[in-house]
Write a protein that binds this ligand. Sequence first.
Ligand code: S3P
Length: 192
Amino acid sequence: MSRNPKSPAAANPTSIRDRSIVLVGLMGSGKSTVGRRLAGRLGMRFADADDEIERAAGMTIADIFERFGEAHFRDGERRVIARMLAGKPMVLATGGGAFINPDTRALILRDSLCIWLDADIATLVERVGRRSHRPLLKNRDPAEVLRELAAVRNPIYAEAHLRISSASTPHDHTVRAILEALSKWEDPQWNS
Ligand code: S3P
């Protein structure tokens, strides 16, 4: 757990509750579970951007990909995230590709404190294996897909303000690691 040295511009909140916290990272990194628990601990609202997209579209993400294609999905994803970040501060879990879109990334970096949940491929494979709703993993070997995505995406996730390991430890450990990092975030040395 560390402040991310590659982050170009650290968020500078007077208090962590003044801005939304956005979780980014690959499929299976635990964004939704960790995000929900983190919101509970901070007394903040929680939302999952994927759920909001499905609600707004009235169809599942798999159906959006199949009927309209990924570009259409990314566009809706950017709009939904912009709407959520314009409201009261909250903890927001995003889909794995959201932060990769340059416009969505710029929005997240500007309007939130964003945290990359980073995990090794074996952990991710184990976690995504529990459910089979993800269009990018359909008909392909999840380990291969996740390795390819990690190679392309990890340098981009590294632009997040914080990087927290969500490896094979229980999600509650990850929540604790985030809370610890957030308490340091309020330290004057981080805000100078
Ligand atoms: C995607 C991740 C998914 C979902 C969509 C695309 C991606 O969300 O948004 O299937 O591009 O990595 P999770 O990361 O919550 O699985």
